[in-house]
Design a protein around this ligand. Sequence first.
Ligand code: AMP
Ligand code: GLY
Length: 444
Amino acid sequence: MTHVLLIGNGAREHAIAEAIRRSRWNPRLYSFMKTNNPGIASLSEKVRLGRYDEPEAIAAFARETGVAFAVVGPEDPLSHGAVDALATSGIPAVGPTRSLARLETSKSFTRNLLEKYGIPGNPRFRNFHSSDGIEAFFDELDGIVLKPDGLTGGKGVLVQGDHFRTREEALDLCRDILKSHPGVTVEEKLEGEEFSLQCLCDGRTVVATPPVQDHKRRFVDDRGPNTGGMGSYSAADHLLPFLDAAAVAEGLAITRKVAEAIHRETGVPYKGVMYGGFMSTRSGVKLIEYNARFGDPEAMNILPLLRTDFIDICRAIIDGQLDRLDIVFEKKATVCKYVVPKDYGLPEDHPEAASTSSRIEIGEVREAQLYYSSIDQRPDGLYMTSSRAIGVVGIADNLAEAERIAERAVSAIRGPVDHRPDIGTEPLLRKRVQHMKILKAESI
Ligand code: AMP
Ligand code: GLY
């Protein structure tokens, strides 16, 4: 029997919990959560509610429950040193130490790492700690992207055309950012199609999982504000309709080099997930950012397809033996759609932004998998909070069927909810393929 600690309370962690519980090692799951997730709680032996910025509380729970190792879901506990505190108690973890988690928490650390070690994939960029020289650098770029240094939950990036128009506005924004952050990275705006490549790393060996495309924008046709992610899909051939094997290999090659570079740079092997957010552009695959964890929603696309025992994978990551394991994913397509409160992503002063918790009811769902996120179980039923509520995943032989399964399940969830009906549909996929074709044609 294996005792495992899971840290995190979202739908991503619900999917991780399920992968752990499917193991042949008869695992007992112990979960440390910021707020109670009834989906994870139902799979757990014991739950502890606590804060992610208190690594000592996490380590204490791990000691109390006698877990063999921990799996860290979100970035918050990583950035606050949960893995370091666990290591001090002799408990290994799937997840990087605080210093290694800079791969996600510091945009400038990662850009500099790629540059220092001659790894391809960086757009043109410069880090600034004051506004000196920013204007001159703007003149070298066709389009501008601004990234505050530090964790921003994927919502702190400002893109020219989406969030601001002129260089003057960009300069004002940089000055604002520098008031509240130690630095800002200014980079070239890339054009292309984004994909997520979640890789497993034991410090030496890097293994890719099937690529996924997330949809960050709140509304249909990629309109509206950026969110944590409204849904995602993956294809049965483990490529994407707009992405060939060579492009996936490019993303993996970059990640392998980064794993080696971060080891040399810090002297510590990276054990956990290296999730590269890449963009396929007319001039090859470029790196948007790394995350030090699985994606949410992207974990829900790949973990249900995993045929290799997840606990074996965790152990191999911890022991540096991933090269000995054959990691297999079922050749199926997946479509994940997040059911969110109607007012999710709207500014607080928006007329429709109610932001009170509302009750939802889940009718009969036969085929799809449901992963709970911000869901509160009360005596009279399930309530949403103000964030993404339920990840609904359809799995089938092809994307069209996976999408239909997801849609059918979404329509069984009743209440003041919303989702993106376009995710995984043929017209949207065609648009992505067309976009890529046009970019490639322009580059010839
Ligand atoms: P991030 O938090 O780095 O994932 O950025 C959020 C979103 O901003 C990404 O998913 C991209 O859509 C966009 N973005 C970030 N960096 C760039 C870039 N250099 N060029 C174009 N878009 C970008
Ligand atoms: N899907 C975006 C993220 O997990 O950061």
